[in-house]
Structures are given as structure tokens and as C-alpha cells.
Write a protein that binds this ligand. Structure first.
Ligand code: GLA
Length: 383
């Protein structure tokens, strides 16, 4: 049990001698965006913002859920689990449904949830709640799943109960995170390596646009389908290509007409997969400047080729592009709102954020929020 993470105040009243408390964090991703469902690589890390659940068994076959954030409770019979789209309970019930789908008994329980992962900010609050629930039920009933199985089960809950055909990055990072390390994950084999990330002179700063455009989940599934359509075109000539991970830029140029939108989508993904591989080499050499330039290129690809940015994200990246204290910046996560990730010299953070907030307000009428994040451990039982 981890002693490092205290039970957050809003959950203390639910803790007793029969309960256990599980923490599962949100994530950042340094580079490798929209590559996970194309079997490529990603470079995420778990952060110091997390979802916590307190759970205990109940005699009756009923799930009693309570969210401290929404001050709302939901009670569901064990044989009536179904999606509640857009509602916080869907992420918990989605996980229960996955355990049930394995043919396993999930007897009644009482669960209270609290989180400090900002919602809709692209930090994977949904993966955090799914992974916290998956981890907690696994512990409570001794199902014996390992971390990899837990991440896969939580991903499936997102597919089936939230309706987003996400890749594995968010759930994997939440479950496998390691303090002060990023995870270089091969999304084809699920092999992974931890890299120490030590940035003594820099801070990872997330700038939150404070918007989440409604396109986010529908367009996400469209991008996924466009990538599959691209693979089908390439396969006609190169049957060995099973995903964009196996394709080269020359194959993309040869097999997909340049004026087809699918060409731009696939070009971005193939180039991003390469960028991650060389970006990791930059980090290993300690060449942060080269890595930062790649972050800007990723942003341009996501914005102009992959089509998942938005004016608010573009504004924030353009505003820091030539700032001497900013090593690299880009939109992060699925897109259409949420945060940009910035690597910023420590001493310049305060001034940068203040000056951006003014400009952002003038440009969009919105408040700019920001988070300085630290890299922490993945899912664990904390009490
Ligand atoms: C969302 C998804 C992830 C990943 C990113 C984009 O966060 O949940 O699986 O595809 O978008 O990289």
C-alpha cells in the first residue's frame, strides 16, 4: 500500500475499517499524439492530479455510487447495469459491465469518488475514474487481473459505455505511471520502457483553453476510421501493412491521392511515429531544444493535417512559439479544446502565464487556467 498519497479530505468521511481507497491519476503525453490506435508509440506520464475511490462490499446485489464533485448519488441493481451517456456514473458502470462480461460475479458495493483531474481538459479524467474503479474492484474481489489486463479492461469500458473508440495510452499511463518517469509505450505489443525525466531548470506547464468543443468524441471516431481507410488503400499494394505503424511515408505518397483528406491524416500519423522515435533519442542525449522543436512540429501536424486542433489551442501555441523561455509546446490529447503542454524555464513561468492570460482573454473572452504538473505513480491502493 502506498503511504505517499494521503486520502483527500472530501473522501475521509467515507473511510472505515471495511473500506479500501484507491488512487488513479490523469496523464500528460510528451509526444506521440493520435498514434496509439494506429499501433504506434506514445510517451505519456501519470501526473499529480488523480481520481480517488473509497469502496466497500455490500450484502445486497446493488451498486451505490456517490460523487463528491457532483454531490450526487446513483443506485443501480447488479443486473441492470447500462450506459448513462455523459454522466459520471457511466465510467464506473462501464468497468463493472466489463467484469460482468467476463462472466464474473460482481457482488454489491458502495463506492464514493472524488477527483482533482480537471474535467474536459484533455488530462484523461475518464481514464482515471475507469482505472480507479477497475483497480478497486480487482482488489476488493480478488479477481487477480494484472496491470496490463486492468488497462485493457478500462479501455474497453470507454469504448462501450462512453462510446469513444480510444487507444490504450490514457488507461495504460494511469495504471503504469511511475514517479519522475515517462513511459515509452509500443501500442502494438504493449511493451514499455520507463525513461527518467529530469528537467531541473524547467517546468511542465499545461495551459487550459477552458473549452471543449462538442466535436471531440465524434471527430475522434472519424479520425480513427480515416486511418483505417488509409490502411486499406495502402494494403492493396502492400498487404503486409496492418496498421499505419507498418507504413512508410513513401507508401502513403504512392497509394493515397495527395488531394484526398485521408492522405493528410495518414502523413501526419506516419511522421509522428518517426518523430517520437527520434524525439526519445533527443531526450536521451539531453538535447531538449531539438525535442522542443519536434513538439511544435507535432502541433502543426495536428492542426493543419490531422485537423484536431481549434483556434484557442492554435492561439496558445503560436503565442509561445518564439518565446525564449519556452522550449516546446503543442496541443495535447484528443484535441478540439483542453490543454497545451509547454516546457518552460522555471524562472519565467509566472510572467509567461500572466502575460498569456491577458492576451487570451482579449482574443477569446475566456479565462486561461494553468497547471504546473509533476510526474507521479500510477494506480495504487492508498488505504
Ligand atoms: C485521447 C485518447 C487516447 C489518444 C489521444 C490522442 O486521449 O483517449 O487514446 O488517442 O486522445 O493521442
Amino acid at each position: 500500500m502506498s503511504q505517499q498519497y494521503p486520502v483527500p479530505a472530501p473522501l475521509k468521511e467515507f473511510v472505515n475499517s471495511n473500506t479500501m481507497v484507491v488512487r488513479s491519476p490523469g496523464r500528460i503525453n510528451l509526444i506521440g499524439e493520435h498514434t496509439d490506435y494506429n499501433n504506434g508509440f506514445v510517451l505519456p506520464a501519470a501526473i499529480d492530479k488523480a481520481v480517488y475511490v473509497v469502496i466497500e462490499k455490500k450484502e445486497e446485489p446493488v451498486y451505490e455510487l456517490f460523487s463528491t464533485d457532483f454531490n450526487e448519488s446513483v443506485t443501480i441493481s447488479a443486473n441492470k447495469v447500462q450506459p448513462a451517456f455523459g454522466h459520471w456514473s457511466t465510467y464506473i458502470l462501464g468497468v463493472v459491465a466489463q467484469y460482468q462480461a467476463k462472466g464474473w460475479q460482481v457482488p454489491g458495493f458502495r463506492l464514493a469518488v472524488y477527483g482533482d483531474v480537471p474535467l474536459g481538459a484533455g488530462l484523461s479524467s475518464s481514464a482515471a475514474i475507469e482505472c480507479a474503479t477497475a483497480f478497486a474492484l480487482n482488489e476488493l474481489y480478488g479477481f487477480g487481473l494484472n496491470r496490463r489486463d486492468l488497462a485493457l479492461l478500462a479501455q474497453k469500458a470507454e469504448h462501450e459505455f462512453a462510446g469513444v473508440k480510444c487507444g490504450i495510452m490514457d488507461q495504460f499511463a494511469s495504471v503504469f505511471g511511475k514517479k519522475d518517469h515517462v513511459i515509452r509505450l509500443d501500442c502494438r505489443s504493449l511493451d514499455y520502457e520507463y525513461f527518467p525525466l529530469s528537467l531541473p531548470d524547467y517546468e511542465i506547464v499545461l495551459l487550459d483553453t477552458n473549452v471543449k468543443h462538442s466535436l471531440a468524441s465524434s471527430e475522434y471516431n472519424v479520425r480513427r476510421a480515416q486511418c483505417e481507410a488509409g490502411v486499406a488503400m495502402i494494403q492493396k499494394k502492400y498487404p503486409q501493412v496492418l496498421s499505419l505503424r507498418d507504413a512508410t511515408i513513401d507508401m502513403v505518397r504512392e497509394c493515397i491521392p495527395g488531394d484526398d483528406i485521408i492522405f493528410l491524416r495518414c502523413k501526419y500519423v506516419v511522421e509522428e511515429t518517426d518523430r517520437l522515435v527520434t524525439g526519445c533519442e533527443d531526450l536521451q542525449r539531453g538535447d531538449l531544444a531539438a525535442f522542443g522543436q519536434k513538439m511544435f512540429r507535432t502541433h502543426d501536424g495536428l492542426s493543419k493535417e490531422y485537423g484536431v486542433s481549434c483556434p484557442e489551442l492554435d492561439y496558445l501555441v503560436d503565442a509561445v512559439r518564439n518565446h525564449p523561455a519556452v522550449i516546446g509546446a503543442r496541443m495535447m490529447g484528443g484535441g478540439f479544446g483542453g490543454c497545451t503542454i509547454n516546457i518552460v524555464r522555471k524562472e519565467a513561468v509566472k510572467e509567461l502565464v500572466n502575460s498569456l492570460a491577458d492576451g487570451y482573454k482579449k482574443e477569446t473572452g475566456l479565462e486561461l487556467k494553468h497547471y504546473e504538473v509533476n510526474i507521479e505513480d500510477g494506480s495504487s491502493r492508498i488505504s
